[in-house]
Every structure is written in structure tokens, then in C-alpha cells.
Design a protein around this ligand. Structure first.
Ligand SMILES: Cc1cc2nc3c(=O)[nH]c(=O)nc-3n(C[C@H](O)[C@H](O)[C@H](O)COP(=O)(O)OP(=O)(O)OC[C@H]3O[C@@H](n4cnc5c(N)ncnc54)[C@H](O)[C@@H]3O)c2cc1C
Length: 591
């Protein structure tokens, strides 16, 4: 018999995870919530620019359908359309809910919610709280979850890392195996269903705009246990980041949404300070090439344009891979709305972007692919659900800015009730449901890793992985390079077996935890590069100069990778195009 009160494990306390928790607790379920970092430090806290919803408060004729059309078109028709349509229809109600929870959204002088423009749409559709929208949303949901926690409906395991699912003899999830990152204790936890909301996988690319816990390790562990990983080859490079020694820092699309302009000097030998170069001597290439959308073309389009300017026209600032993102001409009121990101730039670069144009370059930013899910957020492992950046749904071949926060909340709101419904009809488990065997498997892995007498430094392996991925699997892809990248990852996997941990302690051993994750990153790296190798077309963020056109006949398909014989095996699934007929995606034309 199924339990009267379902017990659901939610892994991840970002916007997707917290949304799922709220829905489960509201429906009378109990939740064990696992997160590597305190949930309020989840990567969602970094989100800057805003959250989309077609409320049409500016009377521009915006609608859920227009939002749906922009999202599908922006994603180059690779997203399954039914969930995208539902998300866009629910968008306005989600914003109203967040508003009622007390999110301090910016307002117009009349007191209405304010909306700014973001990439890939001509409407003002993005609600925002200054330039710290993610933080405001996360804290609002966190307050709700704390209320349920105080009522005994939610128990938090912060500082615990999900290692794997506990699967019974029929392959049904019966819980998880997790590690306490302080004591390094490994334990199993029973559950009637699990929801995986573990975010993106930017760390596979070394430096990215993501926080360091975005390794994709949990998704990869599940993939190695039998879950499909879908559209792995689709990752997003954001056009406007600032490079740093440790990571890349995002200069949000909100800068362009508030009127920021991207340019380079018309004369590449122009040595004047940027602010002294008169307008007539500047090349606003996005505005010239894409007159309708201008600086607010989708990210894949803007990124490739910047690449073209730098590497084909050799027009990067001072011959370097950099272009200007300029908000210095904006009135103080508009600059004020960007304060959060302007402070970041000033702090890390030293110049005041209110007066001096910012120097930026594209950087790895977002994971469109992820665990394969159906319209109920179910993976193919019974009892395992996924939501947020960790799943493959909604964004297709390219995500539109400000659609992620909405998709995370929408995904959590669907996954929570779906997991509850599933749990209510789950047959009782036999024996321990596979817990002892899974615990033994994970402990064995730990033992081998800790006692390995090898010579390889895991951080060096990671650096080489990041360099390989960035070189071959980001903006421009060639089959030869992708094959080289796969061969390199095979070499790194081999070297991993000879890894040596300098720190073998059993207390808060972060390099041990990281080295565990590295194995999973390497496996997922192969999914990304092999998936890209096989897709001989260009679609959204996946661009191959040797196959410059989209090929719907062969590749209007979801890529599904499964782990067979220690390597990815690929199959393809038709995309749901039941609402919109695919059409050419041309931001340079007035379609
Ligand atoms: C700088 C930046 C700015 C952005 N701005 C915007 C924006 O303005 N608008 C927009 O729509 N999108 C934006 N995005 C994208 C958006 O922030 C993310 O896609 C979104 O927040 C992801 O939320 P999530 O809930 O899926 O995962 P996350 O917020 O990444 O949370 C993942 C959770 O999983 C936990 N976790 C991970 N692995 C494990 C494990 N193995 N075991 C246990 N716990 C684990 C983490 O601790 C964390 O709690 C931005 C992204 C970046 C990088």
C-alpha cells in the first residue's frame, strides 16, 4: 500500500526546487529538501534582469500566444510546444502570485508593475526587481518554505549532496543516496518520489557565468543510472560577460533592455578613450545588421555577431576579443534600475560604467538540455521527476532571456503535484528497495577515490576539460574539433582513474566532493560533444559553419542520450509541433 502522506525528496533549493516544495506541502505531502548550499545561496540568487510574463500592462497588444510564439521561434522550434504554451498561459498568474508574496517588483509612477524589454521580443514583457530579481524571488519562496518547515511539513538537508537514486529491482526510485559535506557521511533516504532541481552544468566548461555548484553532477549520475539526457548539445553562450581569473561575470541583458548599445570603433586603430569617440565614429553592428530587434536580438544571434566582428572583421577593441556595451548615455533613472550589475562591473573592472562604456565578451551561461522529461516533468526512471535548468524542456535550441525564472517556477509547480499523484499510487516496496546495495556502491567509490595512489591532479583534469569544451563546443562547432574533444575527454576519464587526492581528510573535504563530481562532469561532457557531432545542421545556439542551415527533415528532433557500455548512445524523438508550424528564423528580416 502507498503511504497515506507521501514523502517526496526534492533535490535542489533554487527557484525550481522551492516551487515544487511549496506545491507538495500545500497538497499535504512531506518533503525532505536537499541542497549542497543553503537554499538561499542557490544559484537562482544570481539572476539579475527579470522574469517574463505577458501581462500587457503597457497596452502593446502582448498576449500569452505572442509570448509562446516568441519562445518557440527564439528556441528555433526545438522545444516541445505544449508545455511552453502552458507556461506562457500561466505566466501572468505566476507574477501575480509572486507580487502577493511580497516580491518588490519595480513599479511605474501609477503604481502598476513595470516591465522592461528583453531579447527576442518586441514587447515590454519582463517584470523585474532592479537588477536583483532572482534574489527577490528566491527569498520570497524561501519564506513560504520556512513557514512549511515550522509546521513540520518540510525538513531541510542543507550541506548534503545527492549522489544517486536508490532504485529497486524493477528500476523504480525508492529514495536517494546522499553525502553530508561536513562529516562526509554517506546515507540513504527513503522517498515515494524524487524531484531533481539541481540547475545547470556550466562548470563543465571551466569558466562560466554560473556559480561553482552548477556541475551537472546529479543529472549525470542519473543519466548513468538509466535516465535519458536530452539535447545535451544545446548550451547558451551569453553575449555580454566580463572575463575574470576565477569565473565570468554576467552583464545582464537588462542593460540592453534599458537602452544599452553594443558597438566598436569604426576605425580599429582608433586609440581614443571610448567615451571620447563621437557617435558617428562608432559601429553599432547589431543595430545595423538587425534593424528590427537591434541590440535585443536573441543571445545566440548577438553572440555570433560579436564573434564575427572580433574574429572575421578583426574589429575587437585594441585588437582584443572585446566589444563595448554602453549604458553611459542612459538617464540616471534608467541607470539606477541597473545598479546591481553596474556595481559588479565597477568592483571587478575598476571603471564606472555610468560614465565609461563596459568591455564585454561572450561566455558560457545556460544549459538548455537536461534530464529528459515529459509534460508532467517525469523522467523515464519511474519516480524521478526533474524541473528547472536541470531538465530539457521549454527552451529548445536557445533560451530567451528572462524565460528561465518563469520556466523554473512553472516546472516546479507541475513537478510537485505530479510527484504527489504518482506517490499516491506507488506499490509498497519490497525489502529495503535497493538502499543497502546503493550505499555499498557509493561507499566503494569513495574508498577507491580516497585510497587511490595515483598521480593525477583532479583540478588539472577539470581545467583541461573546461578548455576543451570551451574551444570545441561553444559558439562555433566543427566535426573535427568535436571528435578531438571527445577523444580528449576519453583521455581525461582514463587519467581520472589515476587521480590522487592531496587532501584525504574525512571532514568538510571539498576537493574530495569536487573530484567525485568531476567524474560525472566528464561523462556529461561526452554527451554534449557527441550530441553536437551528430547534429549536422545549425539551429539556435548550435552553429556549424559546415552545415549553416537548419535541417528540419533530419533534425527537428529531440536528442536523447542514454548511458550504454560506459558511453553515450543516441536516439531521436519527434518534437511536439502541434500548435505552431516551424518557419525560418530570421531576425535580420522583418518577419
Ligand atoms: C548571472 C546569471 C543571471 C541570470 N539572470 C536571469 C534572469 O534575469 N532571468 C532569468 O529568467 N534567468 C536568469 N538566469 C538563469 C537562471 O538564474 C537559472 O536558470 C535559474 O535560476 C536556475 O534555477 P534552478 O532552480 O533550476 O537551479 P539553481 O538555482 O541553480 O539551484 C540548484 C540547486 O541545486 C542544488 N544542487 C545542485 N547539485 C546538487 C546535488 N548534487 N545535491 C544536492 N543539491 C544540489 C544547489 O545547491 C541549488 O540549491 C541567470 C543566470 C545567471 C548565471
Amino acid at each position: 500500500m502507498a503511504a497515506a502522506t507521501p514523502r517526496i525528496i526534492v533535490v535542489g533549493g533554487g527557484l525550481a526546487g522551492l516551487s515544487a516544495v511549496i506545491k507538495i506541502a500545500e497538497a499535504g505531502g512531506k518533503v525532505d529538501l536537499f541542497s549542497i548550499v543553503p537554499v538561499k545561496r542557490s544559484h537562482s540568487v544570481c539572476a539579475q534582469g527579470g522574469i517574463n510574463s505577458a501581462k500587457n500592462l503597457k497596452g502593446e497588444g502582448d498576449s500569452a500566444w505572442a509570448h509562446f510564439d516568441d519562445t518557440i521561434y527564439g528556441g528555433d522550434f526545438l522545444a516541445n510546444q505544449t508545455p511552453v504554451k502552458q507556461m506562457c498561459e500561466q505566466g501572468p498568474a505566476i507574477i501575480d502570485l509572486l507580487d502577493r508574496m511580497g516580491v518588490p517588483f519595480n513599479r511605474t509612477p501609477e503604481g502598476l508593475l513595470d516591465f522592461r524589454r528583453f531579447g527576442g521580443t518586441l514587447f515590454h514583457r519582463t517584470a523585474f526587481a532592479g537588477a536583483t530579481t532572482g534574489q527577490q524571488l528566491l527569498y520570497a519562496l524561501d519564506e513560504q518554505v520556512r513557514r512549511f518547515e515550522s509546521e513540520g511539513k518540510v525538513k531541510k538537508y542543507e550541506g548534503w549532496e545527492f549522489l544517486s537514486a536508490v532504485l529497486d529491482s524493477k528500476g523504480v526510485a525508492r529514495g536517494i543516496c546522499a553525502m553530508d559535506l561536513r562529516t562526509m557521511e554517506t546515507r540513504t533516504f527513503p522517498a515515494d518520489a524524487i524531484i531533481v532541481c539541481t540547475g545547470g552544468n556550466g562548470a563543465i566548461f571551466g569558466k562560466s557565468t554560473n556559480s561553482v555548484v552548477c556541475t551537472g553532477s546529479a543529472q549525470s549520475a542519473l543519466y548513468q543510472q538509466g535516465a535519458y539526457y536530452a539535447n545535451g548539445e544545446f548550451i547558451q553562450v551569453h553575449p555580454t560577460a566580463i572575463p575574470g581569473e576565477d569565473k565570468l561575470r554576467l552583464m545582464s541583458e537588462s542593460a540592453r533592455g534599458e537602452g544599452g548599445r553594443v558597438w566598436v570603433p569604426k576605425d580599429k586603430n582608433d586609440k581614443r578613450a571610448a567615451q571620447s569617440i563621437p557617435e558617428g565614429d562608432r559601429w553599432y553592428f547589431l543595430e545595423e545588421w538587425y534593424p528590427k530587434y537591434g541590440n535585443l536580438v536573441p543571445r545566440d544571434v548577438a553572440t555570433r555577431a560579436i564573434f564575427k566582428v572580433v574574429y572575421e572583421h578583426h574589429m575587437g577593441i585594441d585588437g582584443q576579443p572585446m566589444v563595448y556595451l554602453d549604458v553611459s548615455h542612459l538617464p540616471p533613472a534608467s541607470q539606477h534600475k541597473l545598479e546591481g550589475i553596474l556595481e559588479i562591473y565597477e568592483k571587478f573592472v575598476g571603471d564606472d560604467p555610468r560614465k565609461v562604456p563596459m568591455k564585454i565578451f561572450p561566455g558560457m551561461h545556460y544549459t538548455m538540455g537536461g534530464l529528459w522529461v515529459d509534460n508532467q516533468q517525469r523522467t523515464n526512471i519511474p519516480g524521478v521527476f526533474a524541473a528547472g535548468e536541470a531538465d530539457c524542456s521549454i527552451h529548445g535550441a536557445n533560451r530567451l532571456g528572462a524565460n528561465s525564472l518563469l520556466s523554473c517556477i512553472y516546472g516546479g509547480f507541475v513537478a510537485g503535484p505530479a510527484a504527489m499523484q504518482y506517490a499516491k499510487s506507488l506499490p509498497a516496496q519490497e525489502g529495503d528497495g535497493g538502499a543497502a546495495a546503493e550505499l555499498a556502491r557509493q561507499n566503494e567509490f569513495n574508498k577507491i577515490l580516497l585510497n587511490n595512489p595515483g598521480t593525477e591532479n583532479p583540478f588539472k583534469i577539470w581545467r583541461e576539460l573546461g578548455e576543451t569544451m570551451t574551444k570545441h563546443a561553444t559558439i562555433i562547432r566543427y566535426n573535427k574539433g568535436l571528435e578531438e574533444a571527445d577523444a580528449k575527454i576519453v583521455e581525461l576519464l582514463d587519467r581520472y582513474r589515476n587521480v590522487n587526492l592531496s587532501d584525504k581528510s574525512q571532514w568538510a573535504n571539498t576537493s574530495f566532493a569536487f573530484t567525485r563530481q568531476l567524474w560525472n562532469m566528464l561523462q556529461l561532457g561526452r554527451v554534449i560533444v557527441q550530441g553536437a557531432r551528430l547534429r549536422d545542421e545549425s539551429r539556435g545556439a548550435h552553429y556549424k559553419p559546415d552545415f549553416p542551415e537548419r535541417n528540419d527533415e533530419k533534425f527537428l528532433k529531440t536528442t536523447k542520450a542514454s548511458f550504454k557500455n560506459d558511453a553515450p548512445a543516441f536516439e531521436y524523438e519527434d518534437v511536439d509541433i502541434s500548435h505552431l508550424k516551424p518557419r525560418p528564423r530570421r531576425y535580420d528580416a522583418a518577419t
